[in-house]
Design a protein around this ligand. Structure first.
Ligand code: ADP
Ligand code: MG
Length: 255
């Protein structure tokens, strides 16, 4: 992969929150590349600056120190951003929620709506099109939020703990949904505090240490199989435990 130009280059990125009660250094000297189509995960203890990093990349917080570059496309890509809370509007049906972003951006074209139908079938939510969010399980709601994000055809997907509110079984199912994104080739950065989740779906794991968040290690995940393993298959692969122990050790250094 290193022969190709990086999709994203994060260079010496630091961030400090300035509040009335003082300065909170949240990130220190973050430096990494992400390659086109890559699915990377960021893991680290609570409060180490994972969400801050995504917010800086999404442009929600201005960058004070360091830089972000997109060498492969030379411009900021269309970013899709998904959070732990699904932010579905209760008074709109699932379908109306899914097309909300397209509606706001005046992109309700026949082609885009066909794509929405395809996504709804692909992610098994087509039968719920005319239901309201309150009628759906947490997993289905999060799926709807995912399709709403994908409907906009983002070139870069930022996911901030999108499954952490779900129960374990549902999380496994939805993380396989996320793994489907990989097939569509969208470059993705997933923040999670769940190491097993990260190992089972990411190509690479960026391990952050305690605040101010800094890079402890970057680990490439490769199960050396011909086909991409499902999240469940990955979790029982012999190499899974090796990766887990290796990264766990890094996370424990802080304690
Ligand atoms: P994580 O997502 O890894 O749990 P965050 O990026 O949310 O961590 O937060 C990193 C640190 O920055 C924490 O100590 C948090 O309290 C602090 N922080 C986050 N947002 C703000 C803010 N808006 N103002 C001040 N401090 C903040
Ligand atoms: Mg967070």
């Amino acid at each position: 992969m290193p022969q190709t130009k990086p999709f994203l280059s994060v260079r010496s990125l630091s961030h400090t929150y300035h509040t009335n009660s003082g300065e909170t250094p949240a990130l220190r000297d973050i430096h990494f590349d992400l390659f086109p189509g890559e699915f990377a995960a960021i893991v680290g203890p609570s409060g180490c600056g994972k969400s801050t990093l995504l917010e800086l990349i999404a442009g929600l917080i201005p960058i004070e120190t360091g830089s972000l570059l997109y060498p492969a496309c030379n411009k900021t890509p269309a970013i899709g951003y998904m959070l732990q809370k699904d932010h579905l509007l209760e008074h709109r049906t699932i379908y109306k929620n899914i097309i909300l972003g397209l509606e706001i951006q005046h992109r309700l074209t026949e082609k885009n709506l066909e794509y929405v139908q395809k996504l709804m079938r692909q992610y098994g939510i087509a039968d719920f099109a005319s239901s309201y969010p309150r009628e759906l399980s947490g997993g289905m709601r999060q799926r709807a939020a995912l399709i709403r994000t994908l409907a906009l055809k983002p070139e870069f997907l930022l996911l901030d703990e999108p499954f952490s509110a779900l129960d374990y079984q549902t999380r496994l199912d939805v993380s396989d949904d996320i793994a489907k994104i990989r097939q569509s080739g969208v470059t993705t950065l997933l923040v999670t505090h769940d190491l097993s989740e990260a190992i089972s779906i990411a190509d690479r794991i960026i391990v952050l240490g305690k605040r101010p968040g800094h890079i402890r290690k970057i680990v490439t995940i490769d199960f050396k199989t011909n086909k991409k393993l499902s999240s469940k298959e990955a979790r029982i692969h012999p190499k899974f435990q090796e990766y887990f122990n290796q990264i766990w050790k890094e996370l424990k250094v802080d304690e």
